[in-house]
Ligand binder design. Structure first.
Ligand SMILES: C[C@H](O)[C@H](O)[C@@H](O)C(=O)CO
Ligand SMILES: [Mn+2]
Length: 421
């Protein structure tokens, strides 16, 4: 290993030339929570006591890499292993199908107690829990859920949403940290339906009913997640961007906010370009950081241009503190712990890199109309000695410098994952 401290000192000197306080940037990046999604560890299968855990809803995990978690115990152990190598404040993001109970409990019957193993684990680790209703991978989600024209089906899913908000409040009370709930329904159609407004009106009414029935719930924030299309629902999505944005803005309630998933837009649309407009009308945003390759493929988050641009936007607008950042990817073609560590480290890395830019100086340059200098500054920081700061930060947090973590994850694979059937 090279002299990490020496690298850090050189980088500190480099950044000081531009008035950047490296230690302050590290402190902010370290304290900003990232909600780590549980579903990377088992390909979104969940822990419900049922034979068929086929993933539906137009999302897909591809690959069959051995060693996926087969139950809650294994999943928690894998999450703990991954967390050792992810520096900074973390939360765990759970889906409702990760309930644990001895018998099958249907989605309209779930209670806080079915999540007690997760709650005890989170309390012991001192981390917060976020939550997601699971409006997919269920016989009653085959056609539609909250937008269903079948009242019995719609009632079933409304009850699920209600129970999820009550469970979120339980998480808040137990962990002492707000629970961020993401509401995403896969409802859509392979062809453009003749009636495109009916499903939207029913979806709106379902959300209204869920929020009305749980209006006294405390400590819960609700993200409404839109999507452009899913597999098998290529032509129509009830919860489109316009629908979700309309719902959030009209609701005009502090706890109802937009969820922007980086994989949920047309391939040339980017979330980084949407944030400022949304923050003009909304105080908070929930972000699902993913990596779409040609579609919502949910590849592992990369330290790529768009992830960096999103973090740069948040830092430049001073909105990092107002953004609930969550990861959302599921790659079944590689070691799932490597997937988590890589994606979460990259999310944090992009955040730290964005904090290591002279934002005030660049704003002043722009205000003065010096657009040439503005470009020169933007380009300069692409090749700044950021890696030295990142390595130092990882060392400080004992999260493994460089690829040190890879050997340990491989060892874990040999000793534990490879023994799973
Ligand atoms: C499993 C998640 O709920 C899901 O990924 C959702 O957030 C989404 O992004 C669906 O495409
Ligand atoms: Mn998402």
């Amino acid at each position: 290993m090279y002299d990490v401290k020496k690298g850090y000192e050189v980088a500190k000197e480099f950044y000081a030339q531009y008035g950047i306080n490296v230690d302050k940037a590290i402190e902010i990046a370290n304290a900003t929570p990232i909600s780590m999604h549980c579903w990377q560890g088992d390909d979104v299968a969940g822990c419900e006591k049922k034979e068929d855990s086929t993933l539906t809803g137009g999302i897909q995990t591809t690959g069959n890499y051995p060693g996926k978690a087969r139950n809650g115990e294994e999943l928690r152990a894998d999450i703990e292993t991954a967390m050792k190598f992810i520096p900074g404040e973390l939360k765990l993001n759970l889906h409702a199908n990760y309930q644990e109970s001895d018998t099958f409990i249907d989605r309209n019957e779930i209670d806080p107690k079915h999540f007690d193993k997760w709650v005890d684990w989170a309390v012991e680790k001192g981390i917060g829990l976020d939550f997601n209703p699971t409006y997919f991978s269920h016989p009653k989600s085959a056609k539609a859920t909250l937008s269903s024209a079948d009242n019995e089906i719609r009632e079933f899913w409304i009850e699920h949403g209600i129970r999820c908000r009550q469970i979120g409040e339980y998480f808040f009370k137990k962990t002492g940290k707000p629970c961020i709930i993401n509401h995403w329904t896969p409802d859509g159609d392979k062809e453009v339906p003749i009636d495109t407004i009916g499903p939207r009106q029913r979806l709106k009414d379902s959300y209204d009913q869920i929020f009305e029935a749980t209006k006294d719930v405390k400590g819960v924030i609700d993200g409404i997640e839109s999507k452009v299309f899913g597999i098998g629902a290529e032509s129509f999505t009830a919860g489109s961007h316009e629908f979700c944005m309309g719902y959030v803005m009209k609701a005009n309630k502090d706890h109802i906010i937009m969820t922007l998933d980086t994989g949920h837009y047309h391939p040339t649309e980017v979330v980084s370009a949407k944030l400022a407009s949304i923050f003009t009308f909304s105080d908070k945003v929930l972000l699902h950081v993913s990596r779409p390759i040609r579609w919502d493929s949910d590849h592992v988050v990369s330290f790529d241009d768009e992830t960096r641009a999103i973090m740069e936007e948040l830092v430049r607008m001073d909105k990092l503190k107002d953004t609930y950042i969550a990861t959302d990817f599921f790659d079944a073609s590689i070691n799932r712990i490597v997937a988590w560590v890589t994606g979460l480290r990259n999310t944090r890395k992009a955040m730290l890199a964005a904090l290591l830019q002279p934002v005030d100086v660049m704003k002043e340059i722009e205000r003065n109309g010096d657009v040439s200098a503005r470009l020169a500054y933007k380009e300069e920081f692409k090749a700044a000695p950021f890696a030295f700061v990142w390595d130092y930060y990882c060392q400080q947090q004992e999260a493994g410098v460089g690829l040190e973590w890879l050997d340990e994850v491989k060892k874990h694979e040999d000793e534990i994952l490879s023994k799973r059937a």
